[in-house]
Design a protein around this ligand. Structure first.
Ligand code: LFR
Length: 482
């Protein structure tokens, strides 16, 4: 029985993992891990695409040469929105920008104004967000780079192109652009024209997850498959749900909180509440809101340098909860130079007690995230007219027991936590299915539930929780309070 390789790129690190599917159980082993270090240049914040490619290539070479079962495929997933531009010779033009680069602060409103906010949402299912590919391309208007660009490659597709020489644009990652038609899942030509973005960039069309792209240049016996190229789509495909009535939180740098639906919700209410209708595998819609997640904790840990997540979370569990609450989506948290100081400043400005010490700050972050998880889940339910009986937490946050317990307490639903490696698991299982070894999405999820059973957290409930949530609501922008 052959194995599969997943390249899983996250904002903090990248990994190459090997997946073995035997007797309907998946075993995942990490082969190679590397840091993802964004680079700030005077003209903007970039991803180091060449370093990422060198690292992932090294991981693939080690996995293919490493003995054991032959490798029958490889798939790449990454965060959304970001892209490289290729010139007419197929060469990368400049360094891909990071979605946190500030150049889109003004262009996001321009995008909405050119198409009309409501029309744009009905066409693409995506609300105006500065991270969107559309906002980035409009910010590049008139640049020499855009002038000579012939094709746009979303990041996982760019790496796939470098591995195989073939450029295929995968549907789930394309749906993070705000340029994909939410109904037909093909490029939204009308929107692209209204935005003044050159149509030629999108000439190649879009293919679904599970398409064979071609053999790897360095390893001709190994094919590249499109998987769910968007990490969140891969993670949601790997939710070990046993029935339809579930909510999910893909919890990492971001908290993606939402529901899986058969059709998009394109109402003005959904748009104004900031919900996206992202493409999932098999025609599903990921109706979710893109919220700030463990980024707050990641930047605190980076500032403190000498500590581990496990120690910080254990310390936070030992201090009193719900003392200080902030809105994780406060724009001041997007890219502050000093996150602990920014959190303290936000508490001070809101009249909340300023957390003293690391444990209290981490507690403030996790309490606030759990409150925002509840707000987002309830909004999703109200907008979609569907209730979730359980909440699946997948991704790095599933390894954070305090965050999972708080999320159960706040949402009042059982939380089923795991797998932590959901993105890689989704990536691997989409390949195995494309290779003819699995059937429906439910079959994929049953494999996950069998192989990596989730940990259950029961909600506690009580007056403390209700009071905390009422205080949290007062911290939100007036338009967001419900
Ligand atoms: C999560 C994620 C989110 C996307 C954000 C930025 O890793 O892919 O879905 O909104 O990163 O691209």
């Amino acid at each position: 029985m052959p194995d599969y390789l997943a390249v899983d790129l996250g904002a903090e690190s990248g990994r190459v993992l090997r997946g073995a599917l035997r007797d309907d159980r998946l075993t995942v082993t990490e082969v190679h891990r590397f840091v993802n270090r964004p680079v700030a240049l005077p003209e903007g914040l970039h991803w180091d695409a060449l370093a990422l490619f060198a690292d992932l290539s090294e991981g693939i070479a080690a996995a293919v040469a490493g003995g054991g079962e032959p490798v029958a495929g490889i798939g790449i997933d990454a965060w959304g929105n970001d892209f490289g531009l290729l010139d007419r010779a197929g060469h990368l033009i400049g360094n891909p920008f990071h979605y946190r680069d500030r150049r889109t602060v003004a262009s996001t409103a321009v995008v909405a104004a050119r198409v009309g906010a409501a029309a744009l949402y009905r066409a693409t299912g995506t609300p105006p967000l500065p991270i969107n590919t559309a906002s980035q391309l409009v910010a590049m208007e008139g640049s020499a780079q855009l002038d000579i660009a012939e094709r746009l490659a979303m990041l996982p597709d760019l790496f796939g192109y470098w591995l195989t020489g073939e450029l295929a644009t995968e549907q789930t990652i394309a749906s993070t652009s705000q340029l994909l038609d939410v109904t037909t899942r093909t490029w939204a030509g009308g929107v692209i024209d209204r935005l003044g973005i050159p149509r030629r960039l999108f000439a190649g069309g879009v293919v679904p997850a599970g398409t064979r792209v071609g053999p790897l240049l360095g390893h001709p016996q190994v094919p590249l498959w499109t998987v769910a190229g968007h990490d969140t789509a891969a993670a949601v495909a790997a939710v070990p749900a046993t029935g339809p009535g579930f909510g999910y939180i893909s919890s990492g740098t971001w908290s993606l909180v939402g529901l899986e639906l058969a059709a998009p919700v394109l109402t003005d209410e959904a748009r104004l509440a900031g919900f996206s209708n992202e493409a999932g595998v098999d025609g599903t819609t990921r109706f979710l809101r893109n919220g700030t997640g463990l980024w707050l904790l990641q930047r605190c840990r980076a500032a403190w340098a000498d500590t581990s997540y496990a120690d910080l979370v254990a310390a936070a569990a030992a201090v009193p909860g719900f003392r200080s609450l902030v809105d994780p989506d406060d724009p001041a948290f997007v890219a502050p130079p000093d996150m602990p100081a920014q959190l303290a400043a936000a508490c001070r400005a809101a009249g909340e007690p300023v957390p003293v010490g690391r444990a209290a700050l981490v507690r403030c972050v996790l309490d606030s995230l759990a409150c925002k998880h509840r707000w987002t889940l309830e909004r999703a339910e109200a907008l979609a007219g569907r209730r979730a009986d359980v909440v699946h937490v997948v991704g790095g946050g599933a390894a954070n027991p305090l965050l999972c317990q708080l999320t159960a307490d706040l949402t009042g639903r059982p939380v089923l936590a795991g797998p932590v490696e959901a993105t890689a698991v989704g990536n691997l299982l989409v390949q195995a299915r494309a290779d003819g070894r699995l059937g429906t999405l439910e079959d994929l999820r049953a494999v996950v539930a069998r192989s990596l059973p989730p940990r259950r957290f029961e909600p506690a409930g009580g007056a403390v929780i209700d009071d905390a949530y009422a205080r949290f609501l007062a911290r939100l922008d007036a338009g967001d309070r419900i």
